[in-house]
Design a protein around this ligand. Structure first.
Ligand SMILES: NC(=O)C1=CN([C@@H]2O[C@H](COP(=O)(O)OP(=O)(O)OC[C@H]3O[C@@H](n4cnc5c(N)ncnc54)[C@H](O)[C@@H]3O)[C@@H](O)[C@H]2O)C=CC1
Ligand SMILES: O=C(O)C(=O)COP(=O)(O)O
Length: 605
């Protein structure tokens, strides 16, 4: 289970998670959730109602009607997942969710066929004036000569956005004998060719050639208002337009004016800028136009599609609530379960390494001090791991957890990079296949602090100026001090080990409370520390002694005695004691000074 998710929002209680569903979602999926969660279907909530109750819920499942805004997400203190029972997530503030570490999932496939079939329904209805004919007949009219349509066979269907829906429409329209062209800079040319779609290089060609134009792009900043008056003016006056994607991709006022002017012949529209449209606005007037066939966002409204999307997103919510990874997270990387199983022990290791770093090398409980640049190197078999996102997230979590309360910070694979950046932590990840195999385990990880290029002491100084040289010495001392802040860890039998701490090679399991002492490498030190701890009622559970790393010969400054603070110099050693309770700061301080003990830090891992 991703650690990050296990403790999301720090609410580690065992109560059944609560799932809120403010829209109509098929019961097929909800049944999957009911066994382990409290499922509350609450239709008809106002935005304020929703805001007032969202704090109680671990998961929110919506369709297109609910606006999942930044304030709503912020009020969802326990929210771990927002599930969109459909494709388009334009009603969810993805940036806000990512920042808060809330996973957003959708159902990218479940309603594709329904949306494509609805497009074909609107294509035929527009071509044959089905809407107007039906309305007239119901009003008691029998009008035939006025309602002559056109055939689609042999006409050109131009597709803007040849993704999943666009391609499915293409295949169906091909079956109706239409010529197919498409514009989509990111489309897969092989799939296009297999569906007999000719890709055109510019959007203008789409407008010029279309007898029918159908839009299937997502609603994003670059597609909003993509078809306005200028684009419509490039089309044939006989052309008809379909929109089963999103309201607002086609400018509603411009389309209305083109229909009124007769420069566009007709339109089939399923989606609107405001849903439902506001009386008197451009969308309402479009709907009322005789050459428009309109439906109230019904593209995904089939029994089959609703079953599909419901089962799809509910099973993903179930996964997330039980600490597993979802299939289709919109704002998180996709990690295959097998891959995650391999990474899992390293997730624990990285979190421990981060926490050890902060407590041992930067123990002032000052989050500011964490503004550090790190090199994180994955060695051996880890170097070929597909993704390292969970490891990165675990490290950020570990680094911050000693100084930031779990409740105030939910760090997971969704937001780790953002959180690190916001806190001034830069982590450069790299991979190395060097020498790990010879050491009895297949992979290790090294975390190494680097003097932050943003820090003033990293700046260059001029030789010959005594002041500048003083600064230079301090600056290089500082650099050396920071660069000796190294931790290496590995995993053996699913247990994490630390094999290097500062300049010392060691081997201990980072677990529980530990007292880490830097001392002169001479006999008798263990007895001294043991005696003092015993007096303070602290028992030693485990012990390891770490000599200075044998091949670490970068010790010019160390010999000058300028580097201390846990990184070590020649003739020193590190003593790592696992203890059964925390060591008071007074006891810790009392160890330092006498009897060759140079420093002591207490870490809880
Ligand atoms: N009316 C309804 O009930 C439904 C509507 N939809 C909507 O249909 C749309 C398409 O969904 P999918 O096919 O699943 O998405 P998709 O992501 O598979 O395909 C979208 C395609 O648009 C292309 N694209 C993006 N920007 C473009 C641009 N500026 N010009 C040309 N092409 C561009 C992309 O490269 C991609 O190939 C979405 O807006 C979705 O919300 C989907 C299902 C039901
Ligand atoms: O999946 C989509 O993008 C849709 O537009 C379907 O919306 P709906 O779930 O029917 O409100």
């Amino acid at each position: 289970m991703p650690q990050s998710q296990a403790t999301a929002h720090g609410n580690g209680n065992t109560a059944r998670p609560k799932v809120l569903i403010p829209e109509k979602v098929s019961p097929d999926g909800l049944r999957l959730l009911q066994a382990s969660s409290e499922v509350h279907e609450r239709k008809g909530l106002s935005p304020d109602d929703l805001l007032s109750i969202i704090g109680d819920y671990d998961a929110l499942i919506v369709r297109s009607e609910t606006k999942v805004t930044a304030p709503l997400l912020a009020a969802g203190k326990k929210l771990r997942v927002v599930a969109r029972a459909g494709v388009g997530v334009d009603n969810v503030d993805l940036n806000a969710a990512t920042k808060l570490g809330i996973i957003v999932v959708n159902s990218p496939q479940g309603n594709i066929n329904a949306a494509a079939e609805h497009t074909i329904a609107l294509l035929m209805a527009t071509a044959r004036k089905v809407g107007e004919a039906c309305a007239g007949l119901k009003a008691g009219k029998w009008e035939r000569s006025k309602l002559v349509g056109i055939e689609v066979k042999g006409k050109t269907l131009a597709i803007l956005g040849l993704g999943k829906v666009g391609l499915t429409v293409a295949r169906a329209a091909g079956g109706l004998g239409m010529n197919l062209i498409a514009y989509d800079p990111y489309a897969n040319p092989a799939l296009a060719a297999a569906a007999n779609v000719e890709m055109v290089p510019t959007m203008d060609e789409v407008f010029a050639q279309a007898d029918f134009l159908t839009v299937h792009t997502p609603m994003i900043a670059s597609t909003k208002g993509m078809i306005g008056a200028a684009e419509l003016s490039k089309m044939k006056p006989t052309a008809q337009i379909l929109n089963v994607a999103r309201g607002g991709i086609i400018d509603e006022t411009a389309l209305l004016e083109a229909l009124e002017a007769g420069t566009i012949a007709g339109a089939g529209i399923d989606v609107f800028t405001a849903e439902p449209p506001v009386a008197g606005d451009a969308a309402s007037r479009l709907i009322a136009h005789p050459n428009v066939v309109a439906t109230p966002h019904l593209g995904a409204s089939t029994v089959e599609a609703q079953e599909n999307v419901s089962i799809d997103v509910c099973s993903q919510v179930l996964s997330i609530l039980s600490g597993q990874l979802p299939r289709s997270a919109v704002n998180a990387p996709i990690i295959l379960p097998e891959e995650y199983r391999t990474l899992r022990p390293f997730v624990t290791l990285l979190e421990k390494m981060g926490s050890l770093y902060t407590q041992h090398f930067s123990p002032s409980n000052n989050a500011q001090q964490l503004r550090t640049t790190f090199d994180l190197t994955y060695e051996g078999s880890l170097a070929s791991s597909g993704t390292t996102k969970p490891l990165f997230a675990a490290l950020v979590k570990g680094l911050l957890s000693p100084v930031v309360s779990a409740e105030s910070l939910n760090i997971n694979i969704v937001n780790a990079e953002l959180v690190a950046k916001e806190r001034g932590i830069l982590i450069n990840e790299s991979r190395s296949r060097d020498k790990v195999d010879q050491e009895g385990y297949s992979a290790s990880v090294t975390l190494k602090a680097r003097l932050d290029p943003r820090s003033p002491s990293a700046s260059r100084v001029v030789r010959g100026d005594p002041f500048a040289e003083g600064v230079a010495l301090r600056s290089s001392e500082r650099r050396k001090k920071v660069e000796n802040q190294v931790i290496t860890g590995f995993v053996s039998n699913n247990t994490p080990y630390i094999s290097r701490l500062g300049r010392f090679s060691t081997s201990f399991v980072p677990e529980g409370t530990m007292l880490i002492c830097l001392n002169d490498d001479a006999p008798g030190k263990i007895g001294v520390v043991g005696g003092r701890l015993g007096k303070a009622g602290v028992n030693i559970r485990s012990m390891s002694v770490a000599p200075i790393e044998a091949n670490d010969n970068d010790d010019v400054l160390l010999k000058e005695g300028s580097v201390v603070d846990g990184e070590g110099r020649e003739g020193e050693a590190l003593m790592i004691l696992g203890v059964d309770r925390t060591v008071d700061d007074e006891v810790r301080k009392s160890l330092i000074g006498d009897d060759g003990l140079i420093e002591a830090s207490v870490v809880t891992l």
